[in-house]
Design a protein around this ligand. Structure first.
Ligand SMILES: Cc1ncc(COP(=O)(O)O)c(C=O)c1O
Length: 376
């Protein structure tokens, strides 16, 4: 046989883009020999809850044992908190795993998965990796055009991905808009509603999706412990969905997807409301301050419902990101997300945000001087 392994890789997988992670801080510091701050991956700058760290440490010594593959304690606790049964909770290796599993369960060649331009890139990857057709609907003013998305549904559509609030644009839709959207989606189409940043969205009702789920079961709600709970490095998230879908995802997941340390930390994090409140409040204060500072520099950050700012800066977005990097501020240029004229800056601590504002001010002043010189 003359077939090569490479030939076995289907075209729809060969054509997939790589996920571009934010540059690790250590790498930047080593390469550029500078002290850097990372405002590139929408992490929680205040760290995990002290209670979660204590709980994680307490079970480290059990690491010779496999974890509870059924995540019994966490599913039961989440079920009580979210008003559903444990059979409606799926615990995943971050919400990333669940984004992928939903497509793997429901999509195949001949079907369509729908999402929006300017949304979280792994949605498109999950759809394409299943062999299904990816259908992208344009955004309006950096928000989902929910009406156009309903119109784009065809008999072949099996799944629609939404992030509320959205990454990378930071915008959110409200309960009324969502209900109207859901009203137009047939029962046989699953809506994956990714609420990774929902705690930061002060204008969105935290419990609305649950209420919507009780009325329409074609919803899969995604939450993560990576953002407000500060556990991104431990990789744990969960979904609420109908038991049949949860069962199918459980069949496809790897047997021990989440570690015992992550499960223990997540359980304890749910009990530390004080930490959650502090993170939400600090983010709101710093988000306003960073946004005001950037606006003062002549930039136009899009009003954000998240822990990051989306800033359309024009064709020099990549250069500006590189210049920030050389000044020790790691941000995200968004070309790989299909938005080459924008950058995304995560909200950091007051000190980190000050460093970012100072660097941006120096860069823009230098650029203004140069362009003045060039046009003179
Ligand atoms: C919208 C959205 N969904 C999901 C994720 C992935 O989160 P997790 O760490 O739970 O895999 C992210 C991460 O940044 C995100 O922005």
């Amino acid at each position: 046989m003359t077939r090569t392994i490479e030939e076995l890789i289907p075209d729809y997988i060969r054509g997939l883009p790589f996920y571009v992670p934010g540059k690790p801080i250590e790498e930047v510091e080593r390469e550029l020999k500078i002290h850097a701050v990372k405002l590139a991956s929408n992490e929680n700058p205040l760290g995990p809850s002290p209670k979660a760290m204590e709980a994680a440490r307490a079970v480290l010594g059990d690491s010779n044992r496999y974890p509870d593959g059924g995540t019994h304690a966490l599913r039961h606790k989440l079920a009580v908190l979210r008003g559903v049964t444990p059979e409606e909770i799926f615990v995943g290796l971050g919400s990333s795993e669940i984004i992928d599993l939903a497509s793997r369960v429901l999509l195949r060649a001949g079907l369509q998965g729908l999402t929006s331009v300017g949304s979280y890139a792994p949605f498109s990857v999950a759809i394409r990796a299943s062999g299904a057709e990816l259908v992208l609907v344009p955004q309006r003013n950096f928000t989902f055009d929910l009406k156009a998305m309903v119109k784009a549904i065809t008999p072949k559509t099996a799944i629609v991905y939404l992030a509320n609030p959205n990454n990378p644009t930071g915008t959110a839709f409200d309960a009324k808009q969502f209900d109207e959207f859901l009203g137009g989606v047939p029962d046989g189409v699953l809506v994956v509603l990714d609420e990774a940043y929902i705690h930061y969205a002060l204008s969105v009702d935290l419990r609305h999706s649950e209420a919507a789920y009780h009325k329409r079961k074609n919803l899969l709600i995604l939450r993560t412990f990576s953002k407000v709970y500060g556990l991104a490095g431990l990789r744990i998230g969960y979904a609420i969905g109908q038991p049949e879908l949860v069962t199918a995802m459980n069949k496809l997941k790897t047997p021990f997807n989440t570690s015992g340390v992550a499960q223990a930390a997540a359980l304890a994090a749910l009990d530390d409301q004080e930490h959650v409140t502090r993170c939400i409040e600090t983010n709101a204060t710093e988000r306003s301050r960073l946004s005001a500072g950037l606006t003062k520099l002549g930039l136009r950050p899009v009003p954000s419902e998240t822990n990051f700012l989306f800033i359309p800066v024009g064709p020099e977005a990549k250069e500006i990101s590189d210049e920030l990097l050389h000044k020790g501020v790691i941000v995200r240029p968004l070309g790989w997300m299909g938005l080459p004229e924008a950058i995304r800056i995560s909200v950091g601590t007051a000190e980190e945000n000050d460093k970012c504002l100072l660097a941006m001010s120096q860069i823009l002043t230098k650029r203004a001087g140069k362009s003045e010189f060039a046009t003179r």
